[in-house]
Each structure stands twice: as C-alpha cells, then as structure tokens.
Design a protein around this ligand. Structure first.
Ligand code: IPE
Ligand code: IPE
Ligand code: MG
Length: 243
C-alpha cells in the first residue's frame, strides 16, 4: 500500500477515488449545553461549521457532499428548537446562492415543513442546476421514508416486480454516486435513519468532536483513515484476486 503520510489531502482524495462524503452533523445541542447556552446557539454554531466544511471539501476535490440537516424524527423536538433550526435553514438557502459552481439538492420532503421552506428549497435546486460540485441537504429526511417513497413511485409507474436498479433510480439521490465515506460527529455510533439504501458499502468514520467543533483538520483525519481501509465489496483485495 502507498505511504500516504506525506501526501497532500487533495492527492489522497484523487488516489483513493473519494467522490462522495456524507456527514451526520450531530452534537450541536450538547456543544451548547457544555457551554451553559441554550441548544439553539449550538445550531447556529453548527451552521457556521457546515459552511466551512462544505468549502473545504470543495477545495480538496470532493465532488459530492451530503449533510444530514433535519431528520423525519427531529420534528419531535420542542417547537422553539425546531423553529430556530428552520430559521437557520431559510437563511442558508438565501446565502447558498452565492456559492459558485455548486448544485444544491434536497433529500427528503422539505415541503412538509412549510410552504415557504418547500418553495425556497425547490427554487434553489432549480437555480443551481448544473453546478460542478453537488451538495445534498437531507431535510425532513428519513432513510426508511425514502425507500417507501421510491416503491410508491414504482407502483405509480405500473411496476409489479422491481429490481435494485429500480429502487436506486427512484430514491432522492438518483443519479448521484453512493457515499464512499459517512462521517458522524458527536460521539454516537449509530446511523439514525440516514442513507440506509446508499450506505450499503460505505466506510464509516465516527468522531468524538461535537459538530460545531469539527474542523478541516478533522476532515483530513477522516480522509486519511478512509484511505487506509481496504474496500472489498464482498470480494477479495486486489492483490489477493486469484485467476
Ligand atoms: C444535530 O445536533 C442537529 C440536529 C439533529 C438538527 P443535535 O441537536 O442532535 O445535538 P445533540 O445530539 O443533542 O448534542
Ligand atoms: C441525527 O441526529 C439527525 C441529524 C444530524 C440531523 P439525531 O440527534 O437526531 O439522532 P439520534 O436521536 O441521536 O439518533
Ligand atoms: Mg443529536
């Protein structure tokens, strides 16, 4: 295996064919609590981290970044917290227009969160179509809901028997490569209903950092760790393949 310790992260990204990183941005609430602040402050700080991480990923040549912004289950939280998150999201949807060369896509059902957020999310998608880098924002997203959505689409198309390709063509990420690497911050080591279909062969990296503290150096650490993994997809390592 190549020694990557002295290689620049940009080169590692290329060499390891790392195209898509997905982030479960967890730990905003605990970050705020640890500082004696209301949880909303954690979400505000988390939004800044999100912008920095996106820019950094673009700089080092990651083609697709997916972020988990709000799950189908997060609506259970107190109204005040949910409203604070929606307000940050609406602000970001406006700001996102200034990101050069980025195509934004929303995974999930943002319209169910309110007419305003739904319309603005779809308008951002339309207005940024064709950007060289893709950012997927999972908003009112659940992995199970996504699979149900795909199956319902297929029923509408008249299918009575379906294949894996049919599901892949009807999930929210259609046309996007599956995530090579899924990073979860905030010390929890679970998937919380994120990209259940797409992460079948993703590599997972768990960081103890709360999301607002997650930095470019942490992205580098995750990528270096990823580059040292052996992805076999159920087969054998390249050097072990027998004739
Ligand atoms: C992630 O941080 C953001 C959302 C789920 C919207 P949390 O708010 O879950 O933070 P913790 O896990 O409670 O610290
Ligand atoms: C997952 O975090 C959802 C997002 C990061 C948006 P949660 O904080 O909702 O997950 P659980 O409840 O700890 O599993
Ligand atoms: Mg959490």
């Amino acid at each position: 295996m190549t020694d990557i310790s002295n290689m620049a992260v940009r080169e590692i990204v290329q060499q390891s064919e790392l195209k898509h990183i997905a982030f479960i941005m967890d730990g905003n609430g605990r970050w705020a609590k640890n500082k004696g602040l209301p949880r909303e402050f954690g979400h505000r700080a988390g939004a800044e981290t999100f912008k920095k991480v996106l820019r950094y990923c673009r700089k080092i040549g990651i083609s697709v970044v997916t972020v988990y912004a709000f799950s189908t289950e997060n609506i259970k939280r107190p109204k005040r917290e949910v409203e604070a998150i929606f307000s940050l999201l609406l602000d970001y949807i406006e700001e996102a227009r200034d990101e050069d060369g980025v195509e934004f896509c929303f995974l999930g059902d943002p319209a169910a969160l309110g007419e305003d957020i739904g319309k603005k999310a779809r308008a951002l998608e339309e207005d940024t179509r064709g950007g060289a880098h893709r950012v997927n924002i999972a908003l009112n997203y659940g992995g199970r809901a996504e699979i149900v959505h795909a199956v319902n689409e297929l029923i509408k198309q008249g299918k009575t028997e379906i294949s894996e390709d049919d599901i892949s063509a009807n999930i929210y990420t259609k046309g996007c490569p599956d995530p090579d690497l899924v990073v979860r911050t905030g010390k929890e080591t679970r998937i919380s209903n994120f990209l259940l279909w797409q992460s079948a062969y993703s590599e997972f990296y768990f960081s103890d950092a709360m999301w607002p503290d997650f930095s470019a150096d942490d992205v580098d650490a995750a990528i270096r760790d990823f580059a040292g993994r052996s992805r076999r997809w159920g087969g054998l390592d390249k050097n072990e393949t027998r004739k």
